[in-house]
Design a protein around this ligand. Structure first.
Ligand code: NAD
Length: 463
């Protein structure tokens, strides 16, 4: 696909200026305006389900069911959560004052940060462009939104739909690759919300630092599933393999690898094999319930990881580069320093590492970067708490995978290498809002305040 669809770099100053003018003229501040634009966003999604599905099929061969559940439903749920609560969230927050200041009043104003930039990745291209946008609109910001160039059909569709549904004086979609992004990031924004790899996350944060712009970084990492011998192996296997094949493993919170107690591995492999065959059958390449790798670059990257492994391939292993197909592949007895353990896999390969006990599993997880998600599987609540106390992660889903990312009432975000800041529901509103502290001092208490003014006499200091 050619680059003609990219926004011209020399258009950026005018676009940003327009958004700044709209912001300073208060266009996006009235709550009714915000709600009406979020309603428009709902219509954008609802009235264009078929074109959205077509674009996602062209870009990622996404199964329809995964589009409806993993993209569209989550957007609509986020809209409902935010619209239903916005009136409450925008209210100034009353605070109590210490005795010495009690004659004044104090509160926290919820103010929009200003003109913000949202940068989206390709793996959930509609959801991850629009979900933060809902929060930014709710907070009263004006927005530049940049979808990933790796999904041209989705990016083009959003480019067509934005002007049809959203106020172009307030919300603009721009397109481009690294060259355009480098230029765009030279401009000052009031917040940058970035979803993507940790490597580019550092580029974004460096660019933001030049203007001391705040950032939210939604990054990735190797999210482990710890499987203990007291778990229900059959259900555990089903939940893990489903999360690994969903969007062909290209999910930021996909379980990257399993770490299990030695005695569990063979039963787990059997259960994973059974669960996979129940879900996708034996002719997986022709099964429309299974997506594809985004492009040949990622295909080659994942294939190289598998080629280098010292583990045993016990399930899958087939590939077809011309079709960007990689079969769901389980690799057993993976050594700790294996190629599959070097970086986030971001594909349908599931390595299994074995350990002698829980503490060894904890030690291994802690030897790497803090993961975005963490999946402990055990029937014992005390064991789960023991592990949670000792292993850090952005979020946790106990005895299941992925689903914590679909709960609009809990924050979603990473820690350390997996990101900073969070969003979803109220947290999205907070992320794009500035908490402005206000203290109001009445004139009539001036006499009581006289002690604070010089001259600092001894008698004043005794009060
Ligand atoms: P990416 O970092 O390559 O690209 C993301 C965005 O950054 C794209 O819009 C791209 O155009 C832009 N970009 C690329 N190069 C740039 C540059 N030099 N300067 C500025 N912007 C640039 O990430 P990706 O490959 O699209 O996504 C995969 C990664 O994202 C994985 O690591 C995954 O775990 C992570 N991810 C995280 C979340 C989350 O919510 N935490 C969600 C989805 C994906």
């Amino acid at each position: 696909m050619d680059d003609n669809r990219y926004t011209k770099i020399n258009e950026f100053p005018q676009i940003i200026q327009q958004l700044r003018t709209s912001f300073s003229e208060q266009l996006t501040k009235p709550i009714e305006y915000r709600k009406s634009q979020i309603h428009q966003l709902y219509k954008l999604v609802h009235e264009n389900e078929e074109p959205i599905i077509q674009a996602l099929v062209k870009d990622l061969s996404k199964p329809k069911s995964e589009i409806l559940t993993g993209e569209l439903f989550v957007i609509k749920q986020e809209i409902t959560e935010i619209v239903n609560n916005l009136d409450e969230w925008v209210k100034p927050e009353k605070v109590t004052l210490p005795l010495s200041l009690r004659m004044g009043t104090s509160y926290i104003r919820k103010e929009p940060k200003g003109t913000v930039l949202i940068i989206a990745p390709w793996n959930y291209p509609i959801l991850l462009a629009l979900s933060p946008l809902i929060g930014a609109i709710a907070a009263g910001c004006t927005v530049v939104c940049k979808p990933s160039e790796a999904v041209p059909h989705c990016a083009n569709l959003l480019g067509e739909l934005f002007p049809k549904y959203l106020d172009q004086n307030a919300y603009r979609l721009v397109q481009g690759g690294p060259a355009e992004m480098t230029k765009l990031l030279e401009h000052r924004f009031d917040h940058i919300f970035y979803t993507g790899s940790s490597t580019i996350g550092k580029v974004i944060m460096t660019a933001a630092a030049k203007h001391l712009t705040s950032v939210t970084l939604e990054l990735g990492g190797k999210s482990p599933a710890i499987v203990l011998k007291d778990t229900d192996i059959s259900i555990t296997a089903k939940r893990i393999i489903w999360a690994k094949i969903y969007n062909c493993g290209q999910t930021c919170i996909a379980p990257d690898y399993i770490i299990c107690e030695r005695s569990v591995q063979s039963a787990l492999i059997e259960a994973l094999t059974k669960a996979l065959s129940e879900m996708l059958g034996t002719e997986i390449q022709t099964n429309t319930s299974y997506a594809r790798i985004i492009n040949q670059r990622h295909f080659d990257r994942i294939q190289a990881l598998v080629k280098g492994t010292k583990g045993r391939i016990v399930v899958g292993g087939d590939t077809d580069r011309s079709d960007l197909y990689i079969a769901p592949t389980v690799v057993a007895d993976v050594p700790k320093g294996d190629t599959l353990m070097e970086s986030e896999i971001f594909g349908p390969i599931l390595p299994i590492l074995v350990v002698d006990n829980i503490d060894e599993a904890i030690e291994f997880v802690n030897s790497g970067e803090v993961p975005l998600a963490f999946y402990p599987f055990s029937s014992n609540n005390n064991t789960i708490e023991y592990i949670l106390d000792r292993v850090q992660s952005g979020g946790v889903c106990i005895n299941d995978c992925l689903m914590h990312g679909a709960v609009p009432t809990i924050p979603f975000g990473g820690k350390g290498n997996s990101g900073m800041g969070s969003y979803h529901g109220k947290k999205s509103f907070d992320t794009f809002s500035h908490e402005r502290s206000v203290l109001k001092t009445p004139f009539y208490i001036e006499k009581a305040l006289s002690v604070r003014y010089p001259p600092y006499t001894d008698s004043k200091m005794q009060l």
